[in-house]
Design a protein around this ligand. Structure first.
Ligand code: AMP
Length: 416
């Protein structure tokens, strides 16, 4: 490690959790990472993970400040605290205001607050984490990286719902898309891996994890994506339904005595792989159960793949050319079965699976899994959102330091 401040602290603050990672600029694997959980409830605890292994401790208080203090104490013990150059914060929703990552200023804080009604569960938690970190580390730059920013390149025909346009103008009802940091990272990696031209390529990226979305990327820009105004739209996910006829939802509300809150829980927490299988949201467990003949597990995987293939086909039409279908996320990077089922259904695009390559691509390995000599390829590309956040943070912090555009936060602005 150099003696210049070169460490980036990446924070991902949820309502009851704080995920963190410390990256040395230039290194993709974090020096240390971990998760503080059960914040705001009984038994708050924090887990640290590094090359030596894992360690869990209970926290003295049940809030984000206690969690961050534990992280900073750990960095102090390791003599890394003075090497911190900047802090990068993941923020779910940047609305239309943020088309890229931003150096945190009082105006940026106010803008994040202004778009928070669009993500009432996520943005307030991110702001809490951000303010806590600003109060603890006021003398280094902080950067926000938004899940929605990459998709701000979508054209109106891709982002508008066909509802009266005043709903868009007055209430922001439109498609925003999420997982943007992952899609942006994976697009870059794919271009490098396949030797594509940065200014002339077309990809459909399937980020398949507990949350799942697919994005059409042309020349480095998002053209269309499956998630919408919220992360509920599109693909089948672990516990989220993805696309569903709103007519069906209205029917349930009218006839089933369900409130809006009930429907929210139903579609976000009880649906998807879990709802269809009646068993679990975990793809690995579903695969074992399907292997053992569990009909619900088989059906859930079939519905998951059918929806995915349907969206891949649709997204491909947003592109001028198609170079690759890219698999990433926990399922995309590890499930040879889901990838094989998907590629088998994409013959119309000219894809043929290389079974040996597909079987080999697990646990962080990336590469081509198709055998066709012509046409688009199928590839696996591991995502690394934390690293992308660290890169954006290092770059914006460097520019801010070079141009002397640092700032003073009024204490009340950073009060958590
Ligand atoms: P993520 O949200 O990206 O962490 O992905 C979580 C999902 O990836 C869960 O459904 C896991 O079951 C799935 N997953 C992780 N490893 C495997 C594996 N080896 N085979 C199948 N699915 C996996």
């Amino acid at each position: 490690m150099s003696t210049d401040p070169c460490l980036i602290l990446v924070l991902n603050s949820g309502s009851s959790s704080l995920k963190f990672a410390v990256h040395d600029t230039g290194m993709r694997t974090p020096l240390i990472s971990g998760l503080a959980e059960r914040l705001g409830t009984d038994g708050p605890r924090i887990t640290f993970k590094d090359v030596q292994g894992k360690r869990t401790e209970s926290l003295p208080a049940s809030d984000h400040a206690a969690a961050l203090d534990a992280v900073l104490a750990e960095l102090t013990t390791r003599n890394w605290i003075d090497a911190l150059a900047a802090v990068g914060h993941r923020v779910v929703h940047g609305g239309e205001r943020f088309t890229s990552s931003a150096l945190v200023t009082p105006a940026v804080l106010a803008d994040i607050e202004a778009v928070s009604p669009l993500a009432p569960l996520h943005n307030p938690a991110a702001l809490l984490g951000l303010r806590t970190a600003l109060a603890r580390l006021p003398n280094i730059p902080h950067v926000t990286v938004f899940d929605t920013a990459f998709h701000q390149s979508m054209a109106p025909e891709a982002y508008l719902y066909a509802v009266p346009t005043e709903l868009y103008r007055q209430q922001g009802v439109r498609r925003y898309g999420f997982h943007g940091t992952s899609h942006r990272f994976v697009a870059r990696e794919t271009v490098a891996m396949l030797g594509l031209e940065p200014g002339n390529h077309g990809l459909v990226i399937a980020h398949l994890g507990n949350g799942a979305s697919a994005t059409a990327v042309q020349d480095g820009h998002s053209m269309d994506t499956t998630m919408g105004m919220t992360p509920l739209e599109g693909l089948v996910m672990g516990t989220r339904s993805g696309d569903i006829d709103v007519g069906a939802v209205l029917h349930l509300m009218r006839t089933g005595d369900r409130s809006a809150a009930d429907i929210d829980t139903l579609l976000n927490k009880q649906s998807g792989l879990l709802g269809v299988s009646g068993l679990t949201n975990d793809c690995r467990e579903l695969e074992s159960a399907a292997e053992a003949g569990h009909p619900g597990a088989r059906l859930a995987l079939d519905v998951f793949v059918h929806r995915l293939v349907r969206h891949i086909g649709g997204l491909a039409m947003a592109l001028r050319r198609l170079d690759a279908i890219v698999f990433t996320g926990g399922i995309g990077e590890n499930s040879a079965r889901v990838r094989a089922m998907t590629v088998a259904r994409l013959r119309l695009l000219g894809l043929e699976l290389d079974p040996a390559a597909n079987a080999a691509m697990v646990g962080g390995a990336g590469g081509v899994i198709s055998s066709n000599a012509e046409g688009p390829r199928a590839v696996v590309v591991p995502t690394n959102e934390e690293w992308m956040i660290a890169c954006d943070t290092a770059e914006l912090a460097r520019r801010a330091t070079e141009t002397g555009s640092l700032w003073n936060f009024e204490p009340e602005l950073v009060q958590a």
